[in-house]
Design a protein around this ligand. Sequence first.
Ligand code: HEC
Length: 180
Amino acid sequence: MTRPAASIFFLATLLMAAAELRLGERRPWPGAEAGRPALIFAGEPAWPAGVGPRLEAVGAMVVISAEVPAGKALLIDGRGILRRKGPAPESAEEAVAFVKEWELGRASFLNRCARCHGEDGADTGSPYIRALTGIGNRMNAMPIRAKLFPTVVQPDYITARGEPFTAQELDALIVFVAGL
Ligand code: HEC
């Protein structure tokens, strides 16, 4: 008799935990340092070998938090804003790539999109523009991609909203936009 009730309670707790972890939202993450992006892992299982020094070498850091579901990882920026969620990287290289892809997307966004959308995507000064804030909570990567009207001009030369990208740059841009 107690088992179904316990499972429902467990499920509800999980759903609540998931609902709280919203992209683009800022909250305190004990152990994180202002000004440094951090990859946050659940305490168990252990994070990949050597990941701390590898992330430090690229200006980021590791934080452990019981609030992260097992097997997942979160990326926060240097202000504690949740920018990316994903499966926990299995190696230090994957962990660095997870951070670097977001950073590549940020560089493109600042160069090619921020003049209208603002550095954080929140500007609504241009005519007909909507804030991009929290867009990754409203839709996943596929519809975000569609909203950029990608056009393949040549292999590895794709325009999105009129701006040119390589396939890798466009994937990274979508990762970044999802975390605004
Ligand atoms: C010249 C100004 C301008 C530039 C540059 C620009 N945008 Fe926009 N963007 C807009 C306007 C205006 C809208 C709203 C109308 C529309 O959807 O076209 C918009 C809409 C969007 C939307 C859809 C938002 C929604 O909720 O439906 C996304 C996503 C977006 N832009 C991303 C980008 C990205 C990424 C870049 C850089 C590659 C970019 N934009 C460059 C002006 C701009």
